[in-house]
Design a protein around this ligand. Structure first.
Ligand code: GLN
Length: 204
């Protein structure tokens, strides 16, 4: 497998990439980032946003995350920083939080309106609730093994949004507004190459 975290350079050296840790699969993201040499503090309250070079918005349950973002006081602070240019890597629920339009969401679900795209929550349907595929990803030589869990389905992307990977013709990894978002869970295998690409994108 082309994983080899041990063989990777340390593109995270000197970088502080916070990991939103209100709910969901945040701790494995922290481990991947630290394997790549980044400092990866957990973000739970507004003061935790100080000094970050970027932030990871993990998978989990976007409805719950939206509620906890509000009750923790993080929502407005974090939205302001994201709009001000703080780069984000959003995965699954994290993608939902970044999209400008979310279908099949509760009416009170809030998001950051960052990337011009429409996603449908749990859009792969019941039978395909969870599945795994090997994806060809722009910038990676070998395919990336992607784990989808009740993933959002991307139904539209704006003209300024770049597609880095598709599955069955549907975008599943895109970049826009300084953020990279995946509809799958790149932290759930030991392949750290997408975290590496994100860290490298911070120097663009
Ligand atoms: N279905 C979840 C949601 O709507 C996302 C699932 C995930 O992050 N694995 O938030």
């Amino acid at each position: 497998m082309p994983t080899g975290v041990g063989e990777l350079a340390t593109p995270g050296a000197g970088r502080t990439v916070g990991v939103l840790a209100l709910q969901g699969a945040f701790d494995v993201h922290r481990q991947r980032l630290e394997q790549l040499g980044a400092h990866a503090p957990l973000v739970r309250v507004p003061a935790d946003l100080d000094g970050l070079d970027a932030i990871v918005l993990p998978g989990g349950e976007s409805t719950t995350m939206s509620r906890l973002l509000t009750t923790s006081g993080l929502f407005d602070e974090l939205k302001g920083r994201l709009i001000g240019g703080l780069p984000a890597f959003g995965t699954c629920a994290g993608m939902i939080l970044c999209a400008t339009e979310v279908l099949d969401a509760r009416p009170d679900q809030r998001g950051f309106d960052l990337i011009d795209m429409t996603v449908r929550r749990n859009g792969y349907g019941r039978q395909l609730d969870s599945f795994e595929v090997d994806l060809a990803v722009d910038g990676l030589g070998e395919p990336f093994h992607a784990v989808f869990i009740r993933a959002p389905l991307v139904e539209r992307i704006g003209s300024d949004v770049d597609v880095l990977a598709r599955h069955d013709g549907v975008p599943v990894l895109v970049r826009g507004a300084g953020c990279t978002v995946a509809s799958f869970h790149p932290e759930l295998t030991d392949d750290a190459r997408l975290h590496q690409l994100f860290l490298e994108s911070l120097s663009d």
